[in-house]
Design a protein around this ligand. Structure first.
Ligand code: NIG
Ligand code: FE
Length: 400
């Protein structure tokens, strides 16, 4: 069944630029884009026709770094931080990630699924049609597996594309206090092989930071991931410079994420391995960071820059992709065009989805969003409110 989507302006994001086609049309068949171009050049076809009111159409947005399967709340911690206690101090006294781990371990699969669905719905309403979700609030075999099973369920329940990443190396669990090397061995010897054999994971991530794991420990995890043929990602240079991003580059990582404290050497290493820089302005904002990621240097060395909500209870309870675009522009001085590339084609690269997602081009999956706006920059410009949109997933209008 063919559908001709007409009366629209296309922001194609081909080659990471707006690459606008005004007065455009898109022909889709069996969930794929089979033609896109000027309305007056539409090929002959008996397709059903759907008008998009001359709204502006972007590729479906991609949120390439989230931790949205968790239980409990950390709003009290947010309040503590505003009384002057730092994120690291809270983590040191058993709060932070570990408090979410406790709540998540106690929650049932059903409870976690319900909570996750609620959070994804916000993002979908905002035009997100592909998303990555990490484990990392379980930190033992059964709890990590429970989270990954929830992600697996989400894949079957929702029409959007979902990628699952194992972040068992997110923090040191209480049972392994002062024995972080042993926990890393447990991840490598037991968790990763099992999750891989059960097809529960698409990638492996680790938190490389003085409050989490050292580069040497992370490298062990990467070597194991490589043996299992799983791509790697890293949380790096968020609070200090340990060169985790260079380490990710060494293993041809899909992405290195956060990156406020990265050096120019790290940038060069990432450029050489085509590892995507995923910036997370929500975490930067919530932690009131001062150190900006080195955007001019990333631009200069042609590192692809993606953006993500980092949706998590501790540092980035962010439920809006449009707010993310705005923060990237106001806080990181990215242009609205760069920001849009960050949640479309570059985010697709960060998940190895770039052949099917991220731009409006022939042969890609027919995931796109028609927005009631008058200029592409409107998406990054408005703070809050709701922009009317129509979301198309796999060639069908989504009812969210
Ligand atoms: O991406 N950096 C580590 N992990 C999360 C924070 C998790 C938490 O505080 O619960 C992040 O910011
Ligand atoms: Fe994160």
């Amino acid at each position: 069944m063919k559908t001709l989507w007409k009366d629209l302006h296309a922001i194609t994001m081909r080659d990471g630029r707006y690459n606008i086609i005004e007065d455009a049309a898109i022909l889709t068949e069996d969930g794929l884009i089979i033609w896109i171009g000027k309305a007056h050049e539409v090929p002959d076809s008996d397709a059903q026709q759907i008008s998009l009111n001359y709204w502006w159409v972007t590729p479906g947005l991609i949120d390439c770094h989230t931790h949205l399967v968790f239980a409990g709340s950390r709003s009290a911690e947010f309040e503590e931080r505003l009384h002057g206690i730092s994120y690291s101090e809270i983590a040191a006294k058993g709060g932070g990630i570990i408090s979410t781990v406790n709540a998540t371990r106690q929650a049932t699969e059903q409870e976690l699924l319900k909570l996750a669905l609620k959070r994804i719905e916000f993002l979908m309403k905002d035009g997100v049609t592909a998303i990555e979700i990490k484990s990392g609030y379980g930190l033992d075999l059964n709890s990590e597996r429970k989270i990954l099973t929830v992600i697996q369920k989400l894949k079957t329940l929702l029409p959007i594309t979902i990628k699952a990443t194992c972040l068992a190396a997110h923090d040191i669990p209480i049972e392994y206090k002062n024995r972080s090397d042993e926990y890393i061995d447990y991840i490598c010897d037991v968790m990763l092989p099992l999750f891989a054999s059960e097809n529960l994971i698409d990638a492996v991530d680790a938190f490389c930071e003085h409050i989490a794991f050292s580069p040497q420990q992370v490298e062990k995890v990467f070597r194991k991931a490589q043996k299992l043929n799983l791509p790697i990602k890293i949380h790096a240079e968020q609070l200090s410079s340990l060169h985790g991003s260079s380490l990710a580059a060494k293993y041809h990582g899909l992405s290195a994420d956060h990156l406020e404290y990265m050096t120019e050497q790290d940038v060069i290493a990432m450029a050489q391995s085509d590892t995507v820089a995923v910036l997370l302005p929500g975490a930067f904002y919530m932690l009131r960071e001062k150190q900006l990621p080195p955007i001019p240097s990333l631009r200069q060395h042609h590192v692809k820059i993606a953006l993500s909500t980092d949706l998590n209870p501790g540092t980035s309870p962010m439920l809006s992709a449009r707010l993310l675009l705005n923060m990237a522009c106001t806080l990181f001085k990215m242009t609205p065009e760069e920001a849009l590339a960050g949640v479309t084609i570059n985010a697709a690269h960060a998940l190895a989805l770039n052949h099917q997602h991220g731009s409006l081009e022939q042969k890609k999956i027919a995931n796109f969003v028609a927005w009631d706006i008058t200029h592409p920059a409107d998406l990054a410009y408005w703070l809050g409110g709701q922009i009317k949109n129509k979301i198309i997933v796999n060639g069908k209008i989504l009812d969210v």
